[in-house]
Design a protein around this ligand. Structure first.
Ligand code: XMP
Length: 324
């Protein structure tokens, strides 16, 4: 992705002083946590990695980054995140919670039930880690858009508790959210100020509940495997496009198709590529037909159960970026 793209995208936010923000935040973090240890839940996204790097800069070895492997990340993602954190010299703990997340999502078909189940499992897992480590402070990368949409009741973002009246102490800890007044372009500016690698600062946003909200309806490990393959194809084939997000969605209903000369009632994948500045509004992108056709061929040829591939042309609003 070209640097110019982000410069244009960030124009509205030129007044934001990332250097000043970092200096102020470092002082605030130090004065809140003093000599205490802090856990930072890091998924590898721009927001949580930026907050992790910020807290690391403030308190160094007193920070423990925790990566929870919920089994719902993209292919190769857990290794990528742990390697980045290690390369930044940040103490890191890897928590394998794949089975627990799958169990908690079992039988849930409603989008909001799934988000709430994810959020609950996420906080319980983190609560357990904090208890095991004897740490009472948790840093997380909540940003302004997360709070806005959750408070408005549009969607339950997995990392917003206090703002909707859930006391974090119920889960047993104190929460630090240094980015909660920033929007995505400002977070990227902070990431650049902290000299995080471009792979992080310019990273495509990815939802907290990960692929669980892109498998429509009930989540199973088979469906996650299908979606991981489709996601990889979409990301690879559209990498030349300067999009805000590009991804695949697996539908819960099926459609008729033909594979190897026989009727197959199989899966449907939707491809979504959107342009946006801050995720509050978004435009479905016009991408070349040949590219779409190639994606469709690859997905239906390489994933045996998929018989149909669609492209979503809806803007936000009236749609949201994600399907659930
Ligand atoms: P929607 O679908 O509401 O998404 O238009 C707006 C942006 O937020 C991301 N998203 C999430 N991010 N936790 C997150 O950290 C969530 O629960 C969540 N849900 C949506 C989405 O990918 C888009 O960038």
């Amino acid at each position: 992705m070209s640097d110019n793209f982000y410069k244009v995208q960030d124009k509205k936010y030129l007044m934001f002083n990332a250097k000043g923000f970092v200096e102020k935040s470092l002082e605030e973090i130090k004065s809140i946590v003093r000599d205490n240890k802090v856990v930072s839940a890091c998924s590898g996204g721009v927001d949580s990695t930026t907050v992790t790097a910020l807290v690391h800069k403030a308190i160094g070895q007193n920070l423990l980054a925790v990566f929870i492997d919920d089994g719902l990340r993209r292919e190769g993602e857990p290794e990528f995140v742990v390697n980045i954190l290690k390369s930044l010299g940040i103490n890191t703990r890897f928590v394998d919670a794949k089975k627990e997340f799958l169990d908690t999502l079992k039988g849930k078909t409603d989008a909001e039930d799934k988000r709430k189940a994810f959020r609950d499992k996420f906080y319980k897992t983190l609560g357990r880690v904090l208890k095991e480590e004897g740490i009472k402070y948790l840093a997380q990368g909540t940003i302004a858009a997360d709070i806005k949409e959750t408070v408005q009741g549009i969607k339950t973002q997995h990392n917003v508790l206090e703002q909707i009246g859930i006391d974090p102490e119920t889960y047993g800890y104190n929460i630090i959210e240094p980015l909660k007044e920033l929007y995505k372009p400002e977070v990227r500016m902070v990431a650049r100020e902290l000299e995080l690698p471009k792979e992080i600062s310019e990273r495509m946003p990815f939802p907290g509940p990960a692929l669980s909200i892109r498998v429509l309806g009930e989540v199973t490990s088979e469906k996650i495997d299908i979606l991981k393959k489709a996601t990889k194809i979409v990301e690879e084939e559209t990498k030349g496009i300067e999009a805000f997000q590009r991804f695949a969605v697996l539908h819960s209903d099926k459609a008729t198709g033909i594979k190897q000369g026989k009727r197959l009632y199989g899966n449907i994948i939707t491809v979504r590529v959107v342009k946006s500045r801050d995720a509050i509004t978004a435009k479905a992108m016009e991408i070349p037909y040949e590219m779409l056709n190639k994606i469709s061929k690859k997905i239906t040829e390489e994933i045996p159960s998929v018989v149909r591939c669609l492209y979503d042309i809806t803007d936000k609003p009236p749609a949201t970026i994600e399907f659930e």
